[in-house]
Design a protein around this ligand. Structure first.
Ligand SMILES: NC(=O)c1ccc[n+]([C@@H]2O[C@H](COP(=O)([O-])OP(=O)(O)OC[C@H]3O[C@@H](n4cnc5c(N)ncnc54)[C@H](O)[C@@H]3O)[C@@H](O)[C@H]2O)c1
Length: 369
């Protein structure tokens, strides 16, 4: 498990090589540090401390309320003296006596199944969380702040807006089942840009497009972990809505290097798409790619939406990445097959670890009796 994660973090640190020097000796606050992306942020900063900044390490403050995040993530060392991990709900203001150089507001409820389950918490984590973060930033004078918006702010783009550039204004329902996420993210962008205009805060906005990879929870319920978990458990992969909606998928080590580029190189007040512009495939095709990554035939069936799923997902989603490529040097590389194989391997390792934990518990119990 450690070797696997080290490989991930080494690949990511390599992607960050041209810009990671900007982080040396800085203090970084990460909201949502126990989430999928938060795992990579904390993990790679610790990796940089171990390999590059031994003399002048980064100090990391990670906040999370664990509504969907994982406690005891294998991605990072919770006993590291340069990491303060605080159980904190970002709907409540956070305070620290420390100066803070960079802030990442990635707290949120990102999986459609969970935001449909917690719609008001979803709005509050984005809106109250962001307002508190920006007020906090005003007292700290940081060099950079990144707000995690979403490709969902584009809603269901018109055909002539695919690939979708940052200038596209969106086609979003304000009352549909996805509105708690989409509309909160949109208002978050407004709040971020107002704070930039009024107070000159150096805040940038990122719009991630379908990021996946190791570090996701098998029960995350987003499409990639959903299909991979079904494959490993030998269950039927159920495809909703005929499976003809299309997406591109961005592997974590590519996307996370893009997020750091937006934080460190992005123009304040600007929004950037980060994702993949290769291999736009249907969800049905994704299931077939999962089958190929798994190397065994899978049962793939069309089915209706499951109970609790927020219907109304976009027909096509694919970013125009010109702005990120030209302004930030963003250059995603991992092809879907390789990323799926790696994520599948991660889920297998998790299952082995869970199995070993259960074996240990059984052995301990039998020793007690
Ligand atoms: N991963 C993607 O493909 C993707 C796509 C678009 C946008 N985003 C955005 O990027 C951010 C990170 O995404 P992720 O994939 O890591 O999501 P995630 O759900 O894995 O992680 C989010 C973390 O935020 C925490 N959180 C939620 N509400 C909180 C609160 N009130 N206080 C403190 N912590 C709270 C959760 O416990 C979780 O650990 C989110 O804002 C998400 O909306 C991600």
């Amino acid at each position: 498990m450690r070797t696997f994660i080290d490989q991930e973090l080494t690949a990511l640190a390599k992607n960050l090589e041209p810009i990671s020097g900007k982080l040396e000796g800085k203090t970084i606050l990460i909201n949502g540090a126990a989430g999928f992306l938060g795992n990579y942020f904390v993990g790679v900063l610790q990796h940089l401390n171990r390999t590059k900044f031994q003399k002048n390490p980064i100090h990391i403050i990670g906040l999370d309320n664990f509504i969907t995040g994982v406690k005891d993530s294998p991605f990072f060392d919770a006993n590291d003296p340069h990491l303060e991990f605080v159980i904190h709900d970002v709907r409540v203001p956070y305070e620290t006596h420390r100066s803070v150089d960079y802030i990442m507001h990635a707290a949120g409820i990102a999986s459609p199944f969970y935001y449909a389950k917690y719609p008001l918490d979803t709005i509050a984590a984005t809106i109250d969380g962001l307002k508190n973060t920006l007020e906090f930033a005003r007292t700290k004078n940081p060099q950079g702040i990144i707000y995690f918006s979403s490709s969902e702010i584009y809603g269901d783009p018109h055909a002539d807006a695919i690939p979708t550039p940052e200038t596209y204004r969106g086609n979003v329902s304000s009352t549909g089942l996805r509105a708690c996420y989409d509309e909160a993210k949109r208002l978050g962008e407004t709040i971020a840009t107002i704070h930039h205009r009024l107070y000159n805060l150096p805040v940038t906005i990122v719009r991630p497009f379908n990021v996946y990879g190791p570090g996701m929870k098998p029960d995350d319920r987003r499409v990639v972990p959903n299909f991979l978990t079904a494959a490993l458990e030998g269950r039927t992969i159920e495809i909703h809505n005929r499976g003809d909606q299309t997406r591109t998928f961005s592997y974590a080590t590519d996307a996370v290097s893009g997020f750091f580029r937006v934080l460190l190189l992005g123009r304040p007040g600007e929004a950037y798409n980060i994702g993949s512009d290769h291999e736009e495939i249907s969800v049905l095709e994704l299931a077939k790619r999962v089958e190929a990554a798994h190397g065994k035939p899978l049962d793939i069936k069309l089915a209706s939406y499951p109970e609790g799923y927020p219907v109304g997902d976009p027909a096509r989603r694919m970013p125009d990445l010109k702005k990120a490529r030209t302004e930030l040097g963003y250059d995603p590389k991992v092809v879907l097959h390789d990323g799926l194989v790696r994520t599948l391997r991660w889920f297998e390792l998790l299952r082995k670890m869970e199995g070993a934990k259960m074996m240990n518990a059984v052995e301990m119990l039998s020793a007690e009796h």
